[in-house]
Design a protein around this ligand. Sequence first.
Ligand code: GLN
Length: 302
Amino acid sequence: MQEQKTVWTILKILDWTRQYFASKGVENPRLDAEVLLCAVLRKSRIQLYTNFDEPLQENELKQYRTYVARRAAREPVAYILGKKGFMDYEFKVTRDTLIPRPETELLVENLIRLNREKGPRRILDLGCGSGAIIDSLLGGLPEATGMAVDINPGAVAVTRENAETIGVADRLEVLVSDLYARVPREPKFQVVVSNPPYIPEGDLPGLQQEVQKEPRAALDGGKDGLDFYRRILEDIWQVLDPRGMVAFEIGIHEGEPVAELCRKAGFDCVKVCRDYGDVERMVFAGKGDSDYGHEILEIKER
Ligand code: GLN
């Protein structure tokens, strides 16, 4: 008698995977099952829905199974696919880089708005990771040039590669550097931006399993989460144009402490803004007599 082999159609395997992911504590089991299957089959989600009865080929099943196993082990979808959408672009991501978050788009959008009509700007991104911030800024500000630094050479390479894909690499210098260590003191920058590691070290063990797969060095902000803001602001005037500005992404409850560090560094126009979840997420700072002071105070709080 011939053995009855299960035919795995698109619908059947999605149903199975959804249940399996749910049993492993994956937050959006059906969505992730679909997104991973789309990548294997090179179909859009609509195409999955209109081809529910289509059976998977042996090689497709094999690749899907490896993706499913990785996701069930709580590896983020972005690492499995090696990419993540951010602003209008698709960024390559690796285990060397934090995965770009939607709330970081707000930081970029505000910076583009603040700099759009200011002519050529030099922008420094400290801890560039995948390059999501600096590459998108250069994409949105055609006259700007940038320098991207990260302590991790793997991250710097990814920033460069993404800059090439987006078509801004000719306006970007990349550098392996521990914050300012290897950044030239001249010429000065008009914008310094950073999404530094900001999670208080004691909170790291409680993070979602997916986040724990991201580089610890990109998350760990020391005892109170503020180590990098202190270090960046202490030496900011070695690289920042006196008429320039600084912009940070921040963690939960870090608005006032980071604003205070900015004031101590000599910025008198400081604004804390919230993200889509109504959490304080960004700080912008400049001097009152700079190119930015008033506009910073006028940024919408959310
Ligand atoms: N946004 C990340 C998180 O909340 C943290 C990124 C960072 O430390 N800069 O998990």
